[in-house]
Design a protein around this ligand. Structure first.
Ligand code: ADP
Ligand code: MG
Ligand code: ZN
Length: 635
């Protein structure tokens, strides 16, 4: 509504401008048009026009009363006495030959009223009108442009964008305590001190210590950085101001900076307090970096932030906590002493940490006795605190949906699959597609069970999941991600190739499916990393490529490893050798267990899921599990 009213107003403005110009034009142009009108209506003595010779004759005859000469157009307006002496004089326009000196002499000798003008009056008026129109159009489009750019910031923003509406949140009491944060004990210990700074600053100032201004929490998403910052405020009993870095960055230059000013102003009024800046990398990126130059707005915001941080004394009781998962992109000015000089890592939790987090989130949930948080913690390496919280919540939702009053291990298991792999879809009907899928998954599962360096199978299933997953073989993940041996990576490649290899063995090369594309991507990347990063090939212990991380357009998008063409082709050759070796291993083992495979596939199609224990028992009836350790080949 607001903006449409604005349009109305503008239209009024523009039309009044236009009418003003038209009025001016008419004023000036009126005589000319009147003359023109008279001209076109007048009958010249011999009909429609006056020739030059006629004009000269009329002069001689003394019938010309008045002549207006216009130099620029080489025309003249001539007032003639009416032919029969009756009626008023008539005005006629005619063209003049260029520079006829006789004409002037003749006019002067006959006593004609002669006037010479540079321009005809109508022309001047129309020219002026035209210019005014142009100016008006320009003005109009300028106004339009202004309105357009204003409306980009939302209706009604054009005029008041300088004043930021406070976009930060203030919580007088966060209600979060250190007890609610689990699994990140080192970080908690470091931050315990910050609580003391806020509660008993005199203990530090008494001995001349400066209280740090800023703490940077570094860690992957969902590990509890926000929670930790809130817990500090909660433990110290101080207000908690929070803003996200992305909220600083706005269309209009200067808004982010003014937000920073507002935030610090409010914080100073409420000191002691905590200022929490989430995603600080959104503003705090290396200045002057980025393709196509820096971002002025962001730099201004960052500069303002730095200024504010320098501006208050260390002991005013404001502590700034910032969070990021990309400390590498931060401007070095942010990290120097006196700013965010304390950096605390908040990492993904270990087994003990996960157990602690699960215990925190199990507090308010009804768990049946069969649910073992220890087992759950063991099965969830790589989960963040947020992931674990979500997992328990999913289990609780499933329990409610199934109208049970306790969360049992069944719901927990389903919740894990659901958050890791996707929703369960309806099972496929028995078809050729399902058989191919079953052979593929059994290929993975059997190799995973028979190879000596793989993780134990937890289950294999052909129940499809959302996201295009037809089935999967799942392995009990290794306790913590850590050092991986060469033998283990090779076995992983072999196991991953097991799906495609089973398809080939059973159905032949012509029938292999696209289902293995993820597998192939995975093994290619593993094999390549063995060669280029881990020094596990003939090329020797050299790192030819660094870890492939997402390209950060800011700083190092150009830095690529450099090696010669010949090394590049040797890398390719090594990768191929590794894959070929593993492929033939997979083929060898699978073809040696054809009978076992058929039996497992029948069972899988029949019951849709085989769990790890059952699977191992069946395999053990045919062959020792795992097969004797193979010697690890060299390439
Ligand atoms: P981050 O800020 O690191 O992205 P959050 O602090 O926002 O993560 O965590 C989101 C949620 O996940 C929290 O509200 C909490 O419920 C849960 N959570 C994350 N880490 C922990 C932890 N260490 N202890 C307990 N709960 C956690
Ligand atoms: Mg957060
Ligand atoms: Zn597969």
């Amino acid at each position: 509504m607001k903006s449409s009213r604005k349009v109305g107003f503008l239209w009024q403005l523009q039309t009044s401008l236009l009418s003003l110009m038209i009025a001016q034009g008419t004023l000036l142009g009126l005589p000319a048009s009147a003359q023109l009108r008279t001209d076109s209506n007048s009958a010249t003595p011999n009909g429609s026009s006056l020739s030059y010779s006629q004009f000269l004759r009329y002069i001689d005859e003394g019938r010309v009363l008045k002549v207006d000469l216009y130099e620029s157009t080489q025309t003249a307006e001539v007032e003639l006495e009416s032919e029969d002496g009756k009626g008023g004089p008539r005005t006629v326009r005619l063209n003049l030959p260029v520079n006829d000196p006789d004409l002037i002499r003749k006019l002067r000798s006959s006593e004609v009223d002669l006037a010479v003008w540079p321009n005809p009056p109508g022309r001047l008026a129309w020219g002026l009108l035209g210019n005014l129109l142009l100016v008006g159009l320009l003005l109009g489009s300028l106004v339009l442009l202004f309105r357009r750019s204003g409306s980009m910031g939302g209706p009604g923003q054009a005029m008041n964008f300088g004043k930021s509406r406070a976009r930060f949140a203030m919580e007088a009491k966060t209600g979060v305590l250190f007890d609610d944060v689990a699994g990140i004990e080192e970080a908690k210990e470091e931050l315990q001190e910050v609580v003391t700074f806020l509660k008993k600053p005199e203990r530090f100032t008494a001995v001349g210590a400066k209280i740090p201004k800023g703490v940077l929490l570094i860690g992957p998403p969902g590990t509890g950085k926000t929670l930790l910052a809130k817990a500090i405020a909660g433990e110290a009993g101080v207000p908690f101001f929070s803003i996200s870095g992305s909220e600083f960055v706005e269309m209009f230059v200067g808004v982010g900076a003014s937000r920073v000013r507002d935030l610090f102003k409010k914080a100073k009024e409420n000191a002691p307090c905590i200022i929490f800046i989430d995603e600080i990398d959104a503003v705090g990126r290396q200045r002057g970096a980025g393709i196509g130059g820096g971002n002025d707005e962001r730099e201004q915001t960052l500069n303002q932030l730095l200024t504010e941080m320098d501006g208050f004394e260390g002991n005013t009781g404001i502590i700034i906590i910032a969070a990021t998962n990309r400390p590498d992109v931060l401007d070095s000015a942010l990290l120097r002493p006196g700013r965010f000089d304390r950096q605390v890592m908040v990492d993904l939790p270990t087994y003990k940490g996960r157990l602690g987090i699960l215990q925190v989130h199990a507090r308010d949930k009804k768990l049946a006795d069969d649910v073992s948080l220890e087992v759950l913690a063991r099965r969830t390496p790589g989960f963040s605190g947020a992931g674990l919280a979500n997992l328990l919540n999913e289990a609780a939702i499933l329990t409610a949906r199934r109208r049970k009053d306790m969360i049992t291990m069944l719901e927990v298991d389903d919740a894990i699959d659901r958050v890791t792999i996707g929703l369960t879809l309806n099972p496929l009907l028995d078809s050729k597609g399902k058989r191919i899928l079953a052979y593929h998954e059994i290929g993975h599962a059997l190799l995973g069970t028979l190879l000596p360096h793989t993780d134990p199978l937890s289950k294999v299933t052909v129940i499809p999941r959302s996201g295009g997953v037809g089935g999967f073989a799942q392995f009990e993940p290794a306790e913590e991600m850590g050092l991986e041996s060469r033998a283990k990576i090779l076995d992983e490649i072999t196991m991953t190739l097991g799906g495609r290899t089973a398809e080939e063995l059973i159905f032949g090369d012509a029938e292999v499916t696209t289902g293995a594309s993820n597998d192939l991507q995975h093994i290619t990347s593993l094999a390549r990393q063995m060669v280029t990063r881990f020094g596990m090939s003939d090329l020797g212990p050299v790192a030819l490529e660094s870890q492939q991380s997402e390209v950060f357009l800011g700083r190092d998008w150009m830095s690529r490893s450099e090696y010669s063409e010949s090394i590049a082709s040797r890398i390719d050759q090594q990768v191929r050798q590794i894959v070929t070796h593993c492929h033939s291993e997979a083929r060898r083992i699978l073809s040696a267990h054809r009978v076992l495979i058929d039996r497992l596939v029948d069972l899988l199609i029949d019951q849709e899921t085989i769990d790890g224990e059952e699977f191992r028992q069946i395999v053990a009836e045919y062959t020792p599990v795992p097969e004797k350790a193979l010697s690890v080949p060299h390439f």
